[in-house]
Design a protein around this ligand. Structure first.
Ligand SMILES: NC(=O)c1ccc[n+]([C@@H]2O[C@H](COP(=O)([O-])OP(=O)(O)OC[C@H]3O[C@@H](n4cnc5c(N)ncnc54)[C@H](O)[C@@H]3O)[C@@H](O)[C@H]2O)c1
Length: 257
């Protein structure tokens, strides 16, 4: 990718880094000069992704509070600081009306997408706010950037995906809340709300569901992984200095607010 942002010297963590969007985001951060570490619960996919990209790896299940805290401590010990956190790990869950869903599946989706994002934010933000600030553009002190990967479904809701949509709405509220808490610490917290992308997640749905989702996107196509990565790159850079708490659409005009 054309590296328009200079992230040399920055240390970044991408959760769910073995997946489709995670790999694309990690490649963009790496190409901009950042040292990147992938976190993922799937050790095999993690090894393949990290080796393929030539970046670091840390096997961690983001739903396990002790494992997340241990991983955060180890990452800080290894890198000295963390400048960029991309909370990207997520699961879709079953595609059914609420009355047919399994409560354990509903809980599992919230556990990964919302609770896991909270746990990683908790462990990293607590440490990031204590690290030395850097002078950002205009001399404003910066300690880091956090980008949460939500979904357009978190803004609009989506039939047959209540758990997923609710979890992503939660990620949006978590983003706004943590941004308020860190606003004076020089930590910029944002979220993106992509429409569907061609990753493993999109392959979990039926052809009819896929056509339905496509029909909702006025641009008439899915978002490219690189398009998501380019926005995350800007949100992770010093250029993004005052947009904390912002929720950024990547919806091909699907979003109506
Ligand atoms: N693909 C889409 O259409 C789309 C659209 C909008 C938002 N998103 C969001 O983008 C993010 C990335 O999705 P993707 O499309 O790359 O999916 P993906 O399935 O390719 O990747 C998700 C990754 O998260 C990892 N993961 C799952 N549970 C985990 C856990 N407990 N701990 C650590 N890692 C875990 C998986 O092992 C996998 O590598 C997700 O949050 C997803 O909700 C995806």
């Amino acid at each position: 990718m054309d590296a328009r942002y200079d992230l040399a010297g920055r240390r970044a963590i991408v959760t769910g880094g073995a997946g489709g969007l995670g790999r694309g985001i990690a490649a963009a951060l790496r190409d901009a000069g950042a040292t990147v570490e992938l976190w993922d619960a799937n050790p095999r996919a993690l090894d393949a992704a990290a080796s393929g990209l030539g970046v670091g790896r840390r096997p961690v299940d983001i739903t396990d509070p002790a494992a997340v805290d241990e991983a955060a401590a180890a990452a800080f010990a290894a890198h000295g600081r963390i400048d960029i956190l991309v909370n990207n790990a997520g699961i879709l869950g079953e595609v059914k009306p609420v009355w047919e869903t399994d409560p354990r599946n509903f809980e599992a989706v919230l556990r990964v997408n919302l609770f896991g994002t909270y746990l990683v934010s908790r462990a990293l933000l607590g440490r990031m706010r204590l690290q030395e600030p850097r002078p950002g553009i205009g001399g404003h002190a910066l300690r880091g950037h956090v980008v949460n990967i939500a979904s357009i479904q978190g803004k609009e809701g989506m039939a047959l995906a209540a758990a997923y949509s609710a979890s992503k709405a939660g990620v949006i509220a978590l983003t706004k809340s943590t941004a308020k808490e860190t606003a004076r610490d020089g930590i910029v917290v944002t979220a993106v709300t992509p429409a569907a992308a061609e990753t493993a997640m999109a392959k979990e749905i039926s052809a009819a569901r896929r056509a339905d989702i496509l029909s909702r996107i006025p641009m008439g196509r899915f978002v490219e992984v690189e398009e998501v990565a380019r926005m995350v790159l800007w949100l992770s850079s010093d250029e993004c200095s005052f947009s904390t708490g912002g929720i950024f659409d990547l919806s091909g005009a699907r979003a109506t607010y």
